[in-house]
Design a binder for this molecule. Structure first.
Ligand code: NDP
Length: 314
């Protein structure tokens, strides 16, 4: 019986399995949805809905045609040591999720622009002091990554009056946004920013990109928002940039280890605001709809949607 296997080595995906079964019942009643490590006939599995899949699962499925990341990122699939070579890898691309990300980026920008970091410190000490106010147009925000998430965030900030810059691998053109491309233009992109927002995919070129050299390219008093992946930020370099006073603060949403362990020093740093990988998620209904749609496409001989380029790694 054709099977969609739901597989995570880290999270309980029982409720997603139910959503996938409901979506499949509407369009492909013969597709059975199983949750790893339930027993399945390996020859029946056409697709895997994956979140941090463990080694030793994907390469034992001889009919596998699709590995569907249940999130926007795919680095958790690409790091599987025995990843089958020829199988398509897809991700979730959801306009509602992009709108949610834009909200998060707008909130984090306002946190610094309206000086809520200072106000929260004052609150803790019962200090009544009005912070200075500036126009949004005087605050320049830079978005690293102008993909599905980054472009929506850039447009949202622009529409709220901020001065916006964007940086990507290839050159983009977005009305009202100053765009930069490639490693060569990174210093010019970073130099004028008040807030820099990382919305990059995690690849060999972006791993550890927020390091000491990066922070030094920012002007003193700039702030960092990371909603990409935790591994984009070199933690010791971030702490040093904060402790020296060069960096004003950081909102961190993603971490190399999640949940962030209680003993992690990031929790205690006064310049860091931690959010629990909440910047934006697609709904389970939408994730299930997209994955089931892709399985249906494959079974009717069409290519899956939202597949990644294995060479680029995103
Ligand atoms: P996309 O693939 O749509 O966009 C990626 C962007 O990054 C592109 O603009 C790409 O440039 C740019 N990029 C990639 N590599 C480089 C590089 N070496 N130098 C400069 N720019 C580069 O991804 P999404 O926008 O959908 O998502 C981005 C990431 O955000 C995800 O991979 C995930 O890690 C994270 N995310 C986090 C969430 C959260 O809740 N915290 C929620 C959703 C996503 P180009 O356009 O030229 O190819």
């Amino acid at each position: 019986m054709p099977t969609l296997l739901v597989c995570s080595g880290t999270d309980d995906l029982q409720s997603l399995r139910v959503a996938l079964a409901q979506a499949a019942a509407l369009v492909m009643p013969d597709l059975q949805v199983r949750l790893w490590p339930e027993a399945v006939d390996p020859h029946d599995v056409l697709a895997v809905a994956a979140w941090h899949p463990p080694a030793g699962v994907l390469n034992r499925l001889p009919q596998l045609q699709l590995i569907a990341s249940i999130g926007a990122g795919v680095e958790h699939v690409l790091r599987v040591p025995d990843l089958p070579a020829q199988v398509a890898i897809s991700r979730i691309v959801d306009s509602q999720q992009a709108r949610g990300m834009a909200e998060f980026v707008l909130w984090a920008t306002l946190h610094y622009h309206r000086q809520m970091d200072q106000v929260l410190r004052q609150h803790a000490q019962r200090v009544w002091r009005m912070p200075a106010q500036r126009a949004a147009s005087e605050c320049r925000v830079g978005i690293m990554g102008l993909g599905v998430m980054g472009e929506q965030a850039a447009r949202c900030l622009r529409d709220n009056g901020f001065a916006v810059s964007g940086w990507s691998r290839s050159k983009h053109s977005i009305a009202g946004v100053d765009t930069y491309a490639g490693a060569g233009e990174l210093p010019a992109f970073l130099a004028p920013l008040d807030v820099v927002v990382c919305l990059l995919p995690l690849t060999a070129s972006t791993l550890g990109i927020c390091n000491t050299a990066f922070f030094q390219m920012l002007k003193p008093g700039a702030a960092l928002v990371n909603a990409g992946r935790g591994e984009h930020v070199v933690t010791d370099d971030l702490l040093a940039a904060l402790d020296s006073g060069h960096l004003r603060g950081a909102v961190l949403d993603t971490f190399a280890q999640e949940p962030l362990p209680p003993e992690d020093p990031l929790w205690n740093h006064p310049g860091i605001l931690i959010t629990p990988h909440m910047a934006s998620a697609a709904s389970e209904t939408e994730i299930a709809r997209q994955i089931v749609d892709n399985v249906a496409r494959l079974r009717s001989g069409k290519a899956a949607l939202h597949t990644i380029d294995r060479e680029r790694r995103y």
